[in-house]
Design a protein around this ligand. Structure first.
Ligand SMILES: C[S@@+](CC[C@H](N)C(=O)[O-])C[C@H]1O[C@@H](n2cnc3c(N)ncnc32)[C@H](O)[C@@H]1O
Length: 451
């Protein structure tokens, strides 16, 4: 590596932004890798691995630090806390870096950041961790199930408690484990533009790994590419990056020929584009979102694909629009949510979400539903979806909605493969669980207007 100290300084700065300044990890890390494109592949891989690994395992790392530090992690200076965290990640998970190098670099980093008086503290904690890592006693599943799940998988206890109210221990452990697994990317093939064979061939010609998706014939799982915008099949508009769970939302919406669709929280446009493809030039899709930036993002996608009956519209879903009343055959409310179903892709979500923030999100979801339900025609369908596993945002919101508005749940079994049919699908909704299903965590309900 060209300059190990600088590489670690880059990681420290990125982690500080994410953990101490509330920035989103996927944005910070993308910007860092763009900025340091000139570094060699190994150095960039080191930056990604240490940053992402530290985030994914933060609770476990803090647990280890607490065993060897006289100062609690919460009371440390932010830079010292972050140096210890990223160093302990390397000690625990990276055999390729010698312990002595991790300790020395941690101490040098503290010095470079001006903490001369804390050099001894950093050195002491790191060397104790390095010497005694094998002796750390961890919570056991039998005697301390909550602490065991929390420390082993670095999952906040409040989230686990919510899940354990609804699912058994084994299911919760599968969800937790899945957040640490490397994932392939789901893509939706646009079979009107190219056959699946052509798309697979084009991907393989670029050295990309391709796997069939178990739930939908036109979905593929791909891996081993660097940058999606450089993938030929993507540039030609043959495929969209979209998790299969999100594709299922459009499948369950099942727009008929000529349907008018309104997607009230549409950006970046995955489900809207999917609906437009399904309409095959008939009907129309209005893809709305609340910021200029996001509407532009959708416009870019519309232009790349070309020739579709869809427009991107700037509109706040919490503000009533009289012109939309009873206009939609299909209304998609893929509302903002806590995102606990996509933690495997965005490791910091689990630390940034809190019960108070979740309560605010539920209020926003209900406000959006309250406003947009009137846009559904009589006999039309409202699809309510989220990328979370929280009952408060999913099942309880649907229950609240049915108690207050003239809709009923409708079976979604006609739209699902056998593997996905289960306890609730006849009743009209589906909760996908990462680690149990081969998808993100996602919730979909099909609600039909009855008055
Ligand atoms: C879960 S994402 C939607 C993903 C999208 N449906 C797709 O499939 O690509 C939620 C979206 O809601 C948007 N949003 C948040 N508050 C909103 C509001 N008041 N009105 C409209 N859109 C809003 C966010 O900008 C975000 O793009």
């Amino acid at each position: 590596m060209t300059d190990v100290v600088n590489i670690r300084e880059i990681i420290l700065a990125a982690l500080m932004e994410i953990l101490e300044e509330e920035q989103y990890s996927h944005i910070v890390l993308r910007e860092v890798l763009e900025k340091y494109q000139y570094l060699d592949k190994r150095e960039r891989a080191f930056i990604s691995r240490v940053s992402e690994g530290t985030l994914e395992n933060l609770i476990l790392i803090d647990y280890i630090i607490e065993r060897f530090s006289t100062v609690s992690v919460a009371n440390m200076k932010p830079a010292i806390r972050t140096i210890l965290r990223m160093s302990v990640y390397q000690l625990k998970f990276m055999d390729s870096v010698p312990d002595s190098a991790v300790c020395n670099e941690g101490v040098k980093l503290a010095q470079r950041k001006g903490f001369f008086s804390l050099k001894g503290f950093v050195n002491g904690v790191l060397r104790s961790v390095a010497r005694n890592m094998d002796k750390v006693v961890y919570p056991q599943a039998e005697s301390q199930p909550l602490e065991y799940l929390s420390v082993t998988y670095s999952m906040p206890e409040w989230i686990l408690k919510e899940w354990l109210e609804v699912y058994d221990f084994d299911t919760v452990e599968k969800i937790c484990l899945d957040t640490h697994q490397e994932k392939m990317t789901s893509v939706r093939c646009n079979l009107d533009k190219a056959s699946k064979e052509e798309i697979v061939e084009s991907l393989k010609a670029q050295g990309i790994t391709v796997k069939e998706n178990p739930y939908l014939k036109y979905a593929l799982d791909i891996g081993g590419y660097n940058y999606i915008k450089a993938v030929e099949a993507f540039k030609k508009g043959w495929l969209q990056v979209q998790d299969v769970s999100s594709m299922l939302a459009a499948e369950i919406a099942a727009p008929g020929w000529g349907s008018y669709c309104i997607d009230v929280c549409a950006a970046p446009g995955g489900k809207s584009l999917h609906l437009a493809d399904m309409l095959r030039g008939s009907g129309y899709v209005e893809a709305r979102d609340v910021t200029d930036y996001k509407v532009k993002l959708m416009q870019e996608n519309i232009e790349r694909i070309g020739n579709i009956n869809m427009s991107a519209v700037l509109m706040d879903a919490t503000v009533f629009d009289a012109e939309s009343v009873e206009k939609a055959d299909i209304l998609i409310a893929d509302v903002p949510c806590s995102g606990l179903g996509v933690m495997g892709k965005k490791a910091d979500i689990k630390y940034k979400m809190t019960p108070a923030k979740q309560t605010e999100i539920v209020k926003l979801q209900r406000k959006i539903l309250d406003t947009v339900q009137a846009y559904v025609k009589k006999g039309g369908v409202l699809i309510y979806s989220t990328c979370t596993i929280a009952a408060a945002e999913n099942q309880y919101n649907v229950k609240w909605f049915l108690e207050n508005y003239p809709f009923r749940l409708e079976s979604i079994e006609p739209y699902l493969c056998d593997e996905l049919k289960g306890k609730t699908t006849k009743a009209g909704y589906l909760q996908l669980l990462p680690g149990v299903n081969e998808s993100d965590g996602f919730f979909i309900a099909r609600l039909k207007r009855i008055d």
